[in-house]
Design a protein around this ligand. Sequence first.
Ligand SMILES: [Mn+2]
Length: 425
Amino acid sequence: MVSRQSVCLRRLAGGERGGIVGFSRFLANTRVTVDNLIEGWGLAAGRACAGRHVLAIQDTSEINFTTTPARRRGLGEIGKGNGRGVLLHAMLGVDAETGAVLGLVAGRIWTRAGRVEVSHADRPLTDKESERWLATAQAAKPVLGGAAVVTEISDRESDIYAKWSRAPGPGFHILTRAWHDRPTSGGGKLSTAPLRAGGEALVELRARPGRPARTARLSMGFSRVEIVRPKNTIEEGLAETVSLSLVVVSEIDPPEGAEPILWRLLTTHCVDDAAMAWKVVGWYRQRWIIEQFFRTLKQQGLQLEDSQVETAERLLKLTAIAAQAACVIMQLVQARDGRSEQDAAIAFTPAEIETLQALGPTLEGKTALQKNPHPPRSLAWAAWIIAKLGGWDGYPKSKPPGPITLRHGLQYFRSLAHGWALRDV
Ligand SMILES: [Mn+2]
């Protein structure tokens, strides 16, 4: 999928009928399960994460497949019941220092069987979809056993008391944006907790639907809080209180009509000074990487939502494979900036690397500015070559190549690599 930039079975199989049948059989094989495909994600990620401080960022995305009443493909409802598709919950490992994508760590892929009739508060966590936040954090622990430190990062939906009580462990931290204005020991609430002033900073906010990019002036405060177990919980064995650091970021003078930034971040990290509090804010902002990952999967790279695969079970497996492919495309996009120091071997076969090596000099210009600046056989070196093949002019001052340029480059490279391999025949 990475090299063909497609999840369409016909294109994946190179248009040869044998290949299409082969890949269909793979998806149909009952010994190939979604669970073991997801387990496979962690194998590479575990190695890449060893010895580092890993941000383990988790989030859920809905993948909408076109259906008609006559052709539901066995898919359940998504969104507010106005579409059909699968849900992908993924945890991405990211290097806390460099922001480099290290791999997919854990997750879950499912389609809904029907509507749930029992009200939310009367069901234990194990019966709720929200259980995925805690279960994925727990699944990450053995995978990331070799990491120096892990910080799990998730958005407001994941502010679940059971997770605060059960997920943290030695070297395994939690950083989640608060949804609830939780009561704290001593009778206060998160919103009224006295804060130590942490200063101000100008921060670039990325564009998102309904919000253009802007520079925001943010003021920050932090403190230590003890959140209290909810009175109405039916979960057993939860700690009465959990001691956490609170970092509050609010916007000064937001532009007219814009919703001012207000983030209440809770973390198990010890926050003793403003420098550490800003670090926590920086880690939380890396959450956008998983949103970028979902965009790559759905639109920019693989166009998963266009897949014609017919049954839900096979679409779940296809999603698991496509997620891994989207992760590699992101690694290439990052490598083009020389941001990661990863080896080309994580994305290319030895024969492909040989082809890259042969192609490289033909794409370089005469001046130093037009030479590949990256160490040979690094992923950054490979991404530079692929981007040039995709039409990028290669000047350091030019706009860096995006996922679509890299996708074109990969398509072209793939056919060249095929020809290069044939020369030996
Ligand atoms: Mn989310």
